[in-house]
Every structure is written in C-alpha cells, then in structure tokens.
Write a protein that binds this ligand. Sequence first.
Ligand SMILES: NC(=O)c1ccc[n+]([C@@H]2O[C@H](COP(=O)([O-])OP(=O)(O)OC[C@H]3O[C@@H](n4cnc5c(N)ncnc54)[C@H](O)[C@@H]3O)[C@@H](O)[C@H]2O)c1
Ligand SMILES: N[C@H](CO)Cc1c[nH]c[nH+]1
Ligand SMILES: [Zn+2]
Length: 430
Amino acid sequence: MINLSTADPAFDRAFTTLVNARREADADVARDVRTIVASVRDEGDAALAAFTKKFDHHDLNETGWRIERSEWLAAYEGLDPVLRDALELAAERITAYHEKQRPADSDTTDAAGVRLGARWNAIQAAGIYIPGGRAAYPSSVLMNAIPARVAGVERIAMVTPTPNGEINPLVLAAAHIAGVTEMWRIGGAQAVAALAYGTGRIAPVDVITGPGNAWVAEAKRQLYGVVGIDMVAGPSEIVVVADGQNDANWIAADLLSQSEHDPTSQSILFTDDAAFARAVADAVDLQIGTLSTAQTARTAWDANGAIIVTASLEEALPLVDRLAPEHLELACDDPQALFDRVRHAGSVFMGRHTPEAIGDYVAGPNHVLPTGRRARFASGLSVLDFMKRTSFLQLDPASLAAIGPAAVALAEAEGLPAHARSVALRLPLT
Ligand SMILES: NC(=O)c1ccc[n+]([C@@H]2O[C@H](COP(=O)([O-])OP(=O)(O)OC[C@H]3O[C@@H](n4cnc5c(N)ncnc54)[C@H](O)[C@@H]3O)[C@@H](O)[C@H]2O)c1
Ligand SMILES: N[C@H](CO)Cc1c[nH]c[nH+]1
Ligand SMILES: [Zn+2]
C-alpha cells in the first residue's frame, strides 16, 4: 500500500504513476490470450478440453460439458430457505431496476412530411460469463441473465469454470431463477472464444457480457468485433472518499471488500484527515488476518492499495476523475454535493450507510461495471447491451420533392452519380 499526501511536492508524479499502472493487462496476458483464442478458433472442442484440463483441472469428457436444467432445479429446491429468499429478493430488485431501462421505439413525421423512427430489438443469443476461479458468483448470474431476459433475448448461454469439476449449488439455483437457457462447464479466455466463434458443441452467440479476471477481460477485448461485448469488466476496484467522522473499521472493511476479489484488485482511500488515514491503515491490517481470503486481499492491498491525504474532500474529486474507478463511495454528510462534481465512475455509493457490497448483491443496479479507468467512456451492464436499434424512414412524392434535390446536390459533389440518379429519377420533372 502506498501513502500519499497532496501536500507532498512529489505528489503529482507519484499519483500519475498510480493512475497509469497497468494492473490487469500486461503483455504476457495479452499474448497468452491471443494463443488461447486462436487455438479455440482452429481446434474447437479439443482446445476447450485441453485448456480446461490445464487451468480448471478436470476432464470435460468425464465431468460433462453441459450442466442440465434438472441439476439447476434440484439445486434450487435443495437450497437453504434463507439463501433462497436472499436470491429471490436480489432477483426481484434487479428485475425492477432493469425493467425501467427498456428503451422506447420512436415513430414521427417531420415538417417536410418524412416519416422517421427507430425500433429496438433484442439480440438473438447472449453469452454470459460467470466467474468461478477464486470464488463462486451467483450474484453475477442474476446481474447478467436478468437484463438479458428483460431485453427479450431468446438464448442465454452461460459459461462458468468449475475448478476440479465442482460447482457451487447457489450458482445453479441462480441460473434457474434468472432464466438462463443453457450452461457450459468452461471458463477463462477459452470460454469467451468458444462463445464468440462457436465450436462443435457450442453454438456462437451475438453478444458476450460479464465480468472476469485479467484473461477473461482481455479475451472479451480481443474478440470485440467478432461478437459484441458489454464493456471490459476486469479485476474489481474501489475508491472511497471519506471524512474523519467515519468509523475506521467500516471504511477498512469497504476497502478490503474489493481487495479480496483478486490479487490485481485495487482499493484507494482519499481522506482530509491524516489521523483517520492512519486509523484506517491499522484497521485494514487487523482485519485482513481475519479473512478466509487473506492471501488475495493482502497481495492486492500491498501491491495496489493507496491511502491519499488531501487538504479537503473537494480536492479529491479531480483525482477521482483521473482514476475513473469502477466503484466510488462518498462517505460524508453531504454526498450529493460531491457527487455533483464527479464525472467518471462506474457506480457511486452515497453516504455513510451505503457500502459498496450492498450494490454487489441486492440493491438493484448492475454490478458488472467498467474497470481499468474505462468508466471514462463505458457504463455498467444494462438492458441496452442486449438490444440494438434499427432506424427506419418513409417518404412520399411530396416529401421526396422537398428534400431530394439537396441529396442530389450532395451526391454529385461527392462524385457518386448513381446515388444522384437514384434520387433524381423519382423527382418530378422540372
Ligand atoms: N468488474 C466487474 O464488474 C466484476 C464483477 C465481478 C467480479 N469481477 C472480477 O472477476 C474476477 C473473477 O476472477 P476469478 O479468477 O475468480 O474467476 P474467472 O472465472 O474470471 O477466471 C478463472 C479462469 O481464469 C483462467 N486463468 C487463470 N489463470 C490463468 C493463466 N495463468 N493463464 C490463462 N488463463 C488463466 C482459467 O481459465 C480459469 O478458469 C475477479 O478479478 C473479480 O474482481 C469483476
Ligand atoms: N464487486 C464485484 C464487482 O467488481 C461484484 C461482486 C459479486 N460478488 C461480490 N462482488
Ligand atoms: Zn465485490
């Protein structure tokens, strides 16, 4: 973890180094993913089986490629009622939030008499990636499959790695609740490539969504264009802006909630109170030892964590924008005043009683969010990622006569005479 202060003359250089650090996509990851993707494209299921053996340590021909619906249902029915209720509550709240994202079609006639509009359609087949290397993510099943279902996607093909052939029953139960239509026991860059190109067993999809580690995120990035993607949602990140009135233990837990995801995760605290900064650093060190995820959290915190003391909370805001974090917590009395001045963040958690983890599970907005400073240009997963828009137009003789001559003039100016003729032939003779 690094300690910085904006009062330090060397601050600008140190902060720029922090902003530019490429935690997730070093050259080796990009090169290895290129090899994996090419193997799956050329060798299909044989490559999938080999990579699954290498990375997830099981033989797909023994454990089975697909996980059948009967197993999802059995898992759902066998769930502890407390967990079943929790999943159902999460699913209800996520559905309610995403239903409001359904876009409206448009169909209008303008002053020239031209009918203009746009119609939204769901994509036909979505591939959803559910991480499963270090932890199981039933919450990510809901966050991906529910918006796809709300959009009206017919085929929702879920992939998830099953290390040593084992899968968490909660993941199966979540697939049952959320409306997944097929499930494959594969993960990593190889699963993303299989969904993009298709293999003997797996039909290709139109769009791949979902979070994952550095290899998964890089595979989506490389395959964009072969398929659509939501955005690059890699190793988790959090920035907390907190004044000295907070409980240091609460803020330490918030920082660790994202450090425990991945050794390359990043957690950063900005505070205007140097004594509070020291208290949080101590609380993080005390809490790490109590976590079953201590090893991952410790690696991430030591390598990528930062505590930055500023002269005021306001001073932190342009620095937050430069980081464009996946998650931003504003832990102070008037979070709205700070929020009004933040431009780049995937999702913002306002006030002292809104820990980021509530958004990971049950609040409603999507937890699949852009990482690696991509909140500068990308947004969290939504219903729109599973839809696309077709524009349409309709003219009659009068409206063509009104705007057609301008099109003819422009076509001739572009040196495209067939374009000009196609319009001119329909215009009244003058
Ligand atoms: N940004 C978001 O919205 C969001 C949401 C949830 C989770 N996450 C992130 O998802 C990630 C989950 O990671 P995970 O590892 O638990 O599961 P994962 O499913 O993303 O990755 C596991 C797979 O990674 C591949 N892999 C592992 N080591 C490899 C290597 N050396 N070379 C090639 N491939 C390799 C294997 O194929 C393995 O099956 C975390 O980074 C977490 O922070 C992000
Ligand atoms: N914080 C993750 C997004 O970066 C989402 C998640 C799921 N489960 C727990 N956390
Ligand atoms: Zn999380």
